[in-house]
Unconditional design. Structure first.
Ligand code: SAH
Ligand code: TRP
Length: 329
């Protein structure tokens, strides 16, 4: 048990190391040599990428963030009461602006003991850990700079009933098969007395979804293109970033948004660290991310396949977004 102290405690542990540069190298080698080229999404979030993502969350077209916040505001008290939560272990916490709603509800209920943000973005984990330790007297914060696909075994033992928020629709960035495998891998982190709190974007009018990933200020385009800067810097590649354009469209059959980068002219790219040469034809597209949209049936099916059951699904009046409470079946 971690007992909260009056002044609180803050600690950040990093589990990223040389292995992870290996992961980036392997992912890029794999992706760039496929018949349909692909770059893996977790490498979007360097310091600049995290900043751009925060800007996306403020865009008028990006309804997700404000809608999820409204749902949390309406339901946080009920969620905390029904689960008896004393600690949050937040996956892909980012700058955790919506998480405050949950922490406030826990503080009001007198159960707030610990916050554990987990993110690959070191800058955001450090910032959030410091900020929240400051803002919530007595809170114990353990920040983990870690890959939630590989490092959840390093989580501290539960301090009591645990809630695992996984917000922002990030679960939709997994393809369907890996999504179920990933949910299954969360069972130990959630534990028999804990709950998962999962934010998912919902299936809706394709025009509304497409606008959210094609904002008129071009921030999403910059975010998408930033992954090329990451590969240039980390792996000594020479992508001409100005020669690629952002593409995002809703795949109506699979019900996911697909993000791509399209070469506007033929290109030759060298990736020094991989000793790899890749050619792009004019207008060739490379996939950078999917963002799956959910129906209640899809959500139930995924949870069931992961050995979990839905406790309750909370939505907004327009049915744009859902925040679901689930537990081990
Ligand atoms: N939860 C926040 C941020 C969502 S953006 C919100 O709802 O607004 C997705 C976040 O997940 C980013 O901060 C990114 O750095 C993090 N992330 C993506 N892949 C990850 C991985 N494999 N392991 C840990 N964090 C990851
Ligand atoms: N989890 C976010 C989503 O699926 C990530 C995201 C938003 C994103 N906009 C993006 C990823 C643009 C790549 C490009 O909505």
């Amino acid at each position: 048990m971690t007992e909260p102290t009056l002044q609180g405690t803050v600690e950040v542990r990093s589990h990223l190391g040389p292995d992870d540069e290996r992961t980036l190298a392997d992912d890029v080698l794999d992706g760039l040599t496929r018949p349909l080229k692909e770059l893996p999404p977790k490498h979007f979030y360097d310091a600049r990428g995290s900043e751009l993502f925060d800007a996306i969350c403020e865009l008028p077209e990006y309804y997700q963030t404000r809608t999820e916040r409204l749902i949390l505001q309406a339901r946080a008290e009920e969620i905390v009461q029904r689960t008896g939560t004393v600690e949050l272990v937040e996956l892909g916490s980012g700058s955790a602006t919506k998480t405050r709603v949950l922490l406030d509800a826990m503080a009001a209920a007198g159960t707030l003991a610990r916050y554990v943000p987990v993110d690959v973005s070191a800058t955001t984990v450090h910032a959030v850990a410091e900020l929240f330790a400051d803002e919530y007297p007595g809170l114990s914060v353990i920040g983990l700079v870690a890959d939630f696909e590989r490092h959840l075994k390093h989580l501290p033992a539960p301090a009591g009933p645990r809630l695992v928020p996984f917000l922002g629709g990030t679960i939709g960035n997994f393809p369907p098969g890996s999504r179920r495998r990933f949910l299954r891998s969360l069972r130990d982190a959630i534990g028999p007395h804990g709950h998962l709190l999962l934010g998912t974007d919902l299936v809706k009018d394709p025009r509304v979804v497409e606008a959210a990933y094609n904002d008129s200020a071009g921030v999403t385009a910059q975010f998408n293109l930033n992954v090329l800067h990451v590969v240039n810097r980390e792996l000594g590649a020479n992508f001409d970033v100005s020669a690629f354009e952002h593409v995002a469209f809703f795949d109506r059959e699979r019900e996911w948004i697909e993000m791509r980068l399209r070469a506007s002219e033929p290109q030759h790219v060298r990736v020094e660290a991989l000793d790899l040469e890749v050619a792009f034809a004019a207008r060739e597209e490379m996939r950078t991310e999917i963002s799956a949209k959910f129906t209640p049936q899809r959500l139930r099916g995924d949870l069931a396949a992961a050995g979990m059951e839905l406790v309750e699904m909370f939505t907004d009046p327009d049915g744009l977004f859902a925040v679901s409470l689930a537990r081990i079946a």
